[in-house]
Design a binder for this molecule. Structure first.
Ligand code: C2E
Ligand code: CA
Ligand code: CA
Length: 531
């Protein structure tokens, strides 16, 4: 359940991270694309304005050129020269000589006058920044044009009529050309040039960008349909989204791993408890003289989901310090009792030992919970041994002794583990009142080489006899050690010489073979007697 919940939160975390990155990526990509689009549109309005200014410059240059040639009049030869100027400049449509009020005196192409819709009065014309020119709109029946006026003397002025047409304004990129209009207006708002492939009314939802000239009273505007803009230069969108998705996934996965790590090993223990991943392994204890199996010690193993088995020293200390040792101990004991139930029922002398840390032994309700579990498993208390290590100091010896007394009264047996290497002196061994002394592997290792090890083991055996305790030697690996231990008076052992700790199925097999062997041995002995 917890595991499934963990999966759900992990998936949710990855999904949330993905969503956040994709959303962020969407807005970032849009912002980048929009910034790029508006930069390009501003550049285009700049182009439109520069071209318009150049058209005005050409017009002004033409008028300068004519004014420079001397006094102007309307005789055919002069008009011929003027027409040549018009011919040479593509944007200049006509040149006129006008009086102070702006009334036309004569024109290069007098026919064009017929197209005019009347001329603007001088006060309504707009002055260029250098004050040399006046700009105004020329209304024509077929459209609009830009008029540029330059004074020649007190009475006369020259006017160039400029066509601001597609040549100047057809600047839009192909994707936008059908969906945009380019406008040139005087600063008083009157339109003097326009380019688009459709009529203004045919456009919908336009985005508008403008640019103002600092030399002439002109400004250029580009209007683009929003729908066309949304399709323009959007190539960056999907690659950006792809990158955002990958980043979102990577970030989400890293996040789950980091939080899992932050949750830490204690959360791992909790999950393992919930999944019952802590398993009892069983190591036999045996009669040192006959090798007959007398019982077993239950040793915890963490069998992880991936099949890796973790030894107890890698998790017992943390379980102890984080307060998980109690549920872990009960879980392992209950499982061990269940596994071993048939064997315990069959052989009333078979004993099962399990390890309890001092803190747990001293905790409230320990005895009651132990009874409840053992009773629940229908196992006799006489077959259960509680091993208490004396590796670390027993915090409250008096209380520990009281608990041990209570346990013994209920029929349980108590073993003092790791004797000889821990904190307790002989008085503590006496004081606790246990039934069994387990001699630490350290002495068994050295018993074949070191006389002082022999002396200590002999001393412990004597003490045990005095106190009516039994002795078990731990970590027996060789026949030499067996002989040396027997010589010291030790009767029982535990160690790799018979078997390492085994998972239940293997341990059960071991019991089975040793039983049939013992049966065979007994049968042979009996046969020998009869003979
Ligand atoms: P321990 O109670 O002294 O258990 C005996 C340890 O010696 C076991 O190590 C066992 O595998 C190892 N051993 C037995 N015979 C031999 C041998 O011939 N040679 C060698 N080299 N080693 C041998 P393990 O299983 O790794 O357990 C280590 C310690 O972890 C135990 O020492 C015990 O203090 C603790 N432990 C194990 N299971 C539990 C548990 O369920 N609860 C608590 N509180 N502690 C546990
Ligand atoms: Ca032990
Ligand atoms: Ca031990």
């Amino acid at each position: 359940m917890k595991q499934r919940w963990h999966r759900v939160t992990q998936t949710a975390m990855v999904a949330a991270s993905l969503a956040a990155f994709v959303t962020g990526g969407h807005f970032a990509a849009k912002a980048v694309i929009e910034a790029q689009q508006s930069r390009q549109l501003v550049e285009l309005t700049d182009v439109a304005l520069r071209r318009s200014e150049t058209a005005v410059d050409f017009g002004a240059a033409t008028l300068d050129e004519l004014a420079r040639r001397g006094p102007l009049n309307c005789d055919p030869a002069s008009l011929q020269a003027v027409r040549l100027q018009v011919y040479q400049r593509s944007t200049v449509k006509d040149i006129r000589l006008v009086d102070r009020n702006g009334s036309v005196i004569c024109s290069a192409y007098s026919e064009t006058l017929e197209f005019d819709n009347g001329l603007v009065n001088r006060p309504d014309m707009l002055r260029s920044d250098d004050r040399r020119l006046l700009l105004f709109r020329v209304d024509q029946f077929s459209g609009v044009a830009l008029g540029v006026l330059r004074d020649v003397d007190e009475n006369t002025s020259l006017v160039a009529i400029l066509g601001i047409n597609s040549y100047v304004f057809d600047i839009m990129p192909a994707e936008l050309r059908e969906h945009s209009e380019v406008l040139l207006e005087l600063n008083n708002g009157s339109e003097v040039g326009q380019f688009s492939t459709k009529r203004h009314s045919e456009f919908s939802n336009l985005v508008s960008l403008g640019n103002v000239s600092n030399r002439y009273p002109l400004h250029a505007t580009i209007r683009v349909e929003r729908s066309a803009l949304e399709r323009w230069h959007t190539q960056a969108y999907w690659p950006t989204m792809l990158i955002a998705s990958v980043l979102g996934l990577v970030f989400g996965l890293l996040l789950t791993r980091t939080t899992a790590r932050l949750e830490g090993p204690i959360a791992d223990i909790d999950r393992a408890l919930a999944r019952h991943d802590f398993k009892p392994f069983f190591q036999p204890t045996f009669d040192l003289r006959t090798g007959a199996i007398r019982g077993c010690e239950v040793l915890a193993r963490w069998v992880r989901e991936d099949g890796i088995t973790i030894p107890p020293m890698s998790f017992i200390p943390l379980a102890e310090s984080s307060g998980r040792i109690e549920p872990m101990t009960w879980q392992i004991l209950a499982a061990a009792l269940k596994d071993l139930y048939p064997r315990l029922r069959e052989d009333k002398y078979f004993k099962l030992s399990f390890n309890v840390v001092p803190r747990h032994l001293l905790s409230d309700g320990f005895v009651e919970e132990l009874r409840r579990i053992v009773l629940g498993a229908k196992v006799s208390a006489r077959q259960v041994v509680i091993e208490v290590t004396e590796r670390s100091e027993m915090p409250d010896l008096a209380k520990a002794a009281a608990v041990v007394r209570e346990l013994r009264e209920l029929g349980f047996r108590v073993a003092m583990d790791d004797v000889g290497v821990g904190h307790s002196g002989l008085s503590q061994i006496k004081g606790l009142g246990a039934n069994i002394i387990k001699i630490d592997k350290f002495f068994v290792d050295t018993i074949t080489e070191d006389a002082s090890a022999i002396a200590i083991v002999e001393m412990l055996v004597r003490l045990a006899r005095d106190l009516k305790m039994t002795v078990i030697a731990e970590g027996v690996e060789t026949p030499d050690q067996v002989r040396a231990l027997i010589a010291c008076g030790v009767e029982e052992g535990q160690g790799y010489i018979v078997s390492p700790p085994l998972p239940f199925a293997k341990f059960d097999e071991l019991l089975e073979t040793s039983r049939t062997q013992a049966f065979a041995e007994a049968a042979v002995r009996e046969a020998a007697l009869v003979a």
